[in-house]
Design a protein around this ligand. Structure first.
Ligand SMILES: [Zn+2]
Ligand SMILES: [Zn+2]
Length: 225
């Protein structure tokens, strides 16, 4: 497992299981936020890294979405730290096993009921900032997929909205993606925010991803994924 400093306030923890899985630790004034929770064998490394940051306790866990490879370490981490876990309200019934994810036959309970809290929204359904991060609803890979933007560091934690390969922006893994057309529409978050760095769960980071955006759209419109 590998721990890497991403930017002034963000660290990533990565494991390789035939493909990479990343989670992120974001340092706030009052403590640490974990974004995504990988798979269970990452738990101890994540906890050790929270301790070695010496930046206060874990405050919360934020999920980009509820797929199994993003929630695995929650059980152990919430035993060590009694913290709330947040996801978009649309994602919660899928992760709690009430609804099957689109294109799946069966519902699967990935987390115990009542563990997940919905991310707060204003009266227009716009997600409110949490910790130092601003969530944006980016459906497609899953119905309630969210990305988190750190405005100070200009880093976008994009979960599974994209993958990357050899420094190139790629679409999300198609077999696990609920609605690819919608995921491509949600990718406009890149030119909207123009992050300096894009972090994805299953791939290496990309700097200035907006430079590749036109090529990305062309490729995806040709259904080259
Ligand atoms: Zn996923
Ligand atoms: Zn994933």
């Amino acid at each position: 497992m590998k721990v890497k400093k991403v930017s002034e306030h963000i660290w990533s923890v990565k494991i390789w299981v035939g493909f990479p899985i990343h989670v992120w630790l974001v340092v706030d004034k009052d403590g640490v936020t974990l974004v995504d929770a990988g798979i269970s064998i990452m738990s101890n490394t994540i906890i050790k890294q929270i301790e070695s940051l010496n930046a206060g306790p874990l405050k919360r866990i934020l999920l980009t979405h509820g797929h199994a490879d993003h929630v695995g370490a929650i059980k152990k981490i919430t035993k060590t730290y009694d913290v709330p876990v947040y996801a978009h309200q649309i994602e919660i019934p899928y992760t709690e096993g009430e609804l099957p994810y689109p294109r799946r036959n069966k519902a699967q309970q990935l987390l115990p009921k009542e563990l997940l809290h919905p991310l707060e929204e204003d009266e227009n359904g716009v997600l409110l900032p949490i910790g130092n991060l601003k969530p944006y609803h980016t459906p497609g890979h899953s119905p309630g997929h969210v990305v988190y933007y750190h405005e100070v560091d200009r880093v976008l934690l994009a979960g599974d909205l994209f993958t990357t390969k050899k420094g190139k922006l790629r679409g999300p893994m198609s077999v696990f993606t609920a609605d690819m057309v919608q995921a491509v529409e949600s990718s406009t978050i890149i030119p909207e925010l123009n992050p300096v760095k894009l972090e994805v769960c299953h791939g290496d980071a990309i700097t200035h991803p907006a430079n590749q955006y036109t090529d990305y759209r062309k490729k995806m419109e040709k259904k080259d994924y």
